[in-house]
Design a protein around this ligand. Sequence first.
Ligand code: SF4
Length: 234
Amino acid sequence: MLKDILDKFYLDRQRDREQQHFYITDAGKCGRAIFFKFKNVPRAAMEPHILRMFDRGDYLQMQILNALFSTGVVRASEVVIPPQQLISGRADAIITLNNELYVVDFKSMNSMIFRTLEKAKEENINQLQLYLHYFKIPKGILLYINKDNLELKEFVIQYDPKLVKSLLEDLEVLKSKIDSNVVPDRLEDYPENWQCMYCQFKEICAMAGPKEVSWQDFKNKVESIKAINNGKAS
Ligand code: SF4
């Protein structure tokens, strides 16, 4: 029935999003999870209702953007960063307030998380910092939207060149590991880190152990475990 058709639509669309290059949202995230995405390692399927929630967040953000357009402050929306080798990304909006430019990034979340939010989230700051860097704009705003009642919270962020340098260096190091087939270390605070809790590669990550490992050796190990299990099953 309709539910099955819709679930399939969301799951197929997710499958079409295999990663070929870095996105700005990767900045500061677990290198091992990004490595697995690049290598198309099968991931635990995301529930279709979660994918629909993401979609809902996108609609709310569009609604807020439309309202901002009406106020006349928006200079551009969905602004793609200048093309370069390492990373691609698209900022939600660039606006002018009191004759100053700001990059604006919207983030939506449920009431429970929204209520406890007292400062901008680190992963959102990382992303915004790269937009500030590539657009050469010194200030940005992270605008958080409560999906349940449309309350808003905002945080002004100043460009931090040191942080940007370290984020870009980390991505360069990760790129060389991807190119040379070296699976990066696990996160130091695995499995407590919030990224591990939502990670679609938890199972394969546990098999790879805590330290860097050759991708080829690891694949061979996984294949032999599979062969043993299949032998046991037959
Ligand atoms: S489980 Fe944690 S450490 Fe392992 S890949 Fe996922 S986010 Fe990274």
